[in-house]
Every structure is written in structure tokens, then in C-alpha cells.
Design a protein around this ligand. Structure first.
Ligand SMILES: *Cc1c(COP(=O)(O)O)cnc(C)c1O
Length: 405
């Protein structure tokens, strides 16, 4: 069966709009994805019909909102194949999730301990760990990358030892699209007793992770990259870890008993969900997962691979192009530069022609430093993009290059 992209595009109202008098060609999906009507409807329905605070009210609206929120948690649990619903913590997104874990480990690490990061990380999977190291005296080691944009696993082996406590790595690089061999990375970390956090922000739009099969300790993502709203995401943690880590924020909802002498914390997941959560966001996150599953992740992967291959071969016909990130194992993200043209200039001209791409460092300055470049132009594709859009993008790109050279 052919992938019916035209039917899918009808789900996304924003794809009908124009930018600078041209039809929008949205190729900045690695920064945020667009939202289908099915998810927008859920948001409108929530605020129109059952907006309420949750877990505390005895009234009908509060019950309905609580049920919908907890139902979303179970959907997410099933999607990621977590063992228990309370292993899914709602957060404001990937960055928040990583900070919850980094903050928790501050009480578990001491001087002389080591933590390992990869050269391919987003700033949000670097900075919280540097802050953790400063607090605890632990030291940060880096798995280096190759010119193809792959992690050098033999170097990883050399870094691992019994002082390694934690490894954090992304599943897919947002800057280059490389799919990292996280199963191997996790196995090796576990062989020395280290825990692993996988930043799945860039993977979840393209594949369906199975946290039990991966045996990963922590897995994090943001709803806005998988057709959900901003301001909501999740932290999956194995229950033994989540029980061990102290809470991140204190407040309402996360306590069991409060006196001025001592407070005891609530059970999971509430221990990590202080204050009134993003109720509507959580429910819409569940709806986004439903939507993606209706399309199906096998179909998504097949189609996006076609787009990736097509766009790569068309781009390679352009004189002076250099594509960064050439792993055979990559997803639909293409980072490139053309000769000496500054990526920002290309991005600005492309925008004038309705094409949205990302330019700059993509929150991954160490990768840009590795290639000794100020940044790249990044085109990233989702299942609602088309070959026709890629053709128009290439035409716009050629026009921009002419204007700039
Ligand atoms: C987008 C992204 C993040 C940050 O996600 P936020 O939603 O901004 O918290 C982290 N890591 C990767 C790989 C990403 O793609």
C-alpha cells in the first residue's frame, strides 16, 4: 500500500498557509513538529469542556480531567513498553527531564566518580551534567565522534571502568541525524555497573523505542517533536532508580505528609510532579502518540527513508555542497553547507521563498567545533513532507546560491 501523504497533509492545518507569498515548505521538523487537527481538537475540547485541577477535586470536572491525564500516562507507558505507569513522569520536556535526573544524581555521586557523555549531544544533554560535576566533583568524559558523525565505540570501551556511574547519550543526533547504537552502549555501561540516560527527543518522531528491551535506565523526550504541544514531555525511569533519586522540586502534589518537622514524599510518579501539572498538555501528548501510531512507525520510517535518500541525492548534485553526518544509520535530517556561503544567509533567502530550515549550531556547538564550522543549514523531514516539496526546496536553494555567489 502506498503511503497516502496527501491525506495525511490534510490533518495539518498549518501546511496550508503561505509564508512571504509562497506556500510554506516546513523543513524544520527536528526543532519542532507540526500539530494535526486531531491533537488540536483534544486541546480545544479540554478547555471547552473539562478544564480542572487534577488529583484533588471531588467534583465531576476534576475527576474527568484526572482520568484523561492518567489515561494519557498509560498510553505513553504502553507506547514505550514501560513496565508500570508510574515509571512515566510528566515533565515540561526533554530539558526538564534531564535536569530531574542530573539533580537527583547530585546526591549519589562523589569526587572520583566519572560520568560519560557523547560528542554528539544537544546542549541540554551536556550542561546539566557539567553542573552536576561541578557540584559533586565527579569528572566528565567524552565519547569522541568520527568524520562520518558516528560515535567511536572503541574509545567508549576505553573510557568505561568501575568509577563510571552514569552514561548519557542521545538516541538520534538532532544536528546530524545519526542513529546511535544505544543497545550496545547500554549493555557496555551495565557491564561496569553504570546507569544510562538516553535522550530520545530526536528519535521518538521516527521510531518506537522499547525501554524494557533496551534495558535503559532513563529515557526522555518532548511531545512537541512528535506532533504534540510544547511544554510537555516525559521522563521514563526504571522504578528502582526513581525510588532512589530525591525529588527535583518541592511543593503541592509531591508530598505524602507535611509538618514543620518533616515532610514525607508521595509515591511515584507524584514525587516528581510538584505543583499543578500541564494537564491539557499531558492529555494532548497522549493524543499525539495515538495519532503517530495510527499512521504507524514502520510506514513512517519507510517513507522518511525515501525522502532522505531522495533529498540527499538531489542535494549532492549541487556544486560545492558538503553534507555533515554521513552515517549509513541515519534518519531524515540533513545538515550541509555550500562552499563558503554562511548558513544564516542561505536560511534567510530560503525563508523569503517560503522554505523553513534551521541554520546555526543546532544547540550542538561541540559538533560544529569538531568540523571547524560556524554552523550548518539543516533540513529535517517528517512523514508529512513530500518529494514535490524537496524539489521546490532544491529550486529555492539554487536560486539562493546564485544570489549569494
Ligand atoms: C530538541 C532536542 C532537545 C531539547 O528538547 P526540549 O524540548 O527543548 O527540551 C534535546 N535533545 C535533542 C536530541 C533534541 O533534538
Amino acid at each position: 500500500m502506498d503511503f497516502n501523504v496527501e491525506a495525511i497533509r490534510k490533518d495539518f492545518p498549518i501546511l496550508k498557509r503561505e509564508v512571504n507569498g509562497k506556500p510554506l515548505i516546513y523543513l524544520d521538523n527536528a526543532a519542532t513538529s507540526q500539530t494535526p487537527q486531531q491533537v488540536i481538537d483534544v486541546i480545544v475540547d479540554y478547555y471547552s469542556n473539562y478544564n480542572a485541577n487534577i488529583h484533588r477535586g471531588v467534583h465531576a470536572l476534576s475527576q474527568e480531567a484526572t482520568d484523561a491525564y492518567e489515561n494519557a500516562r498509560r498510553k505513553i507507558q504502553k507506547h514505550f513498553n514501560a513496565q508500570h505507569p508510574y515509571e512515566i513522569i510528566f515533565t515540561s520536556g526533554t530539558t526538564h527531564s534531564i535536569n530531574v535526573v542530573a539533580n537527583g544524581f547530585a546526591s549519589l555521586l562523589k569526587e572520583g566518580d566519572e560520568v560519560i557523555v557523547s560528542a554528539l549531544e544537544h546542549h541540554s544533554n551536556i550542561v546539566p551534567w557539567q553542573m552536576l560535576c561541578e557540584k559533586t566533583g565527579a569528572s566528565l568524559k567524552v565519547i569522541p565522534m568520527s568524520l562520518e558523525g558516528e560515535l567511536v565505540l572503541s574509545e567508549y570501551d576505553a573510557l568505561l571502568n568501575e568509577t563510571t556511574k552514569l552514561v548519557f547519550v542521545n538516541h538520534i543526533s538532532n544536528a546530524l541525524g545519526t542513529i546511535n547504537p544505544i543497545k550496545t552502549i547500554i549493555e557496555k555501561a551495565h557491564s561496569v555497573g553504570a546507569a544510562v540516560l538516553v535522550d530520545g527527543a530526536q528519535a521518538c518522531p521516527h521510531l518506537k523505542p522499547n525501554v524494557q528491551e533496551l534495558d535503559v535506565d532513563f529515557y526522555v523526550c518532548s511531545a512537541h517533536k512528535i506532533c504534540g504541544p510544547t511544554g510537555i514531555g516525559m521522563l521514563y525511569g526504571k522504578q528502582e532508580w526513581l525510588k532512589k533519586l530525591p525529588p527535583y522540586q518541592g511543593g503541592g502534589e509531591m508530598i505524602s505528609e507535611v509538618t514543620f518537622e518533616k515532610t514525607t514524599y508521595a509515591d511515584l510518579p507524584h514525587k516528581f510532579e510538584a505543583g499543578t501539572p500541564n494537564v491539557c498538555g499531558g492529555i494532548a501528548f497522549g493524543a499525539a502518540i495515538d495519532y503517530m501510531n495510527t499512521i504507524g512507525f514502520d510506514a513512517i520510517a519507510n517513507y522518511e527513508n525515501e525522502l532522505l535518500e531522495y533529498a540527499t541525492s538531489e542535494l549532492l548534485k549541487i556544486e560545492g555542497i558538503k553534507i555533515y553526518g554521513t552515517s549509513k544509520n541515519k534518519t531524515s535530517v540533513i545538515s550541509f553547507n555550500i562552499g563558503n556561503i554562511h548558513p544564516y544567509d542561505l536560511g534567510t533567502l530560503l525563508d523569503k521563498m517560503g522554505v523553513a530550515v534551521r541554520t546555526g549550531q543546532h544547540c550542538a556547538q561541540p559538533i560544529m567545533d569538531f568540523y571547524q564550522i560556524p554552523g550548518t543549514v539543516r533540513a529535517s523531514f517528517m512523514f508529512y513532507n513530500t518529494k514535490e516539496e524537496i524539489d521546490l526546496f532544491i529550486v529555492a536553494l539554487k536560486k539562493s546560491i546564485m544570489m549569494l555567489s
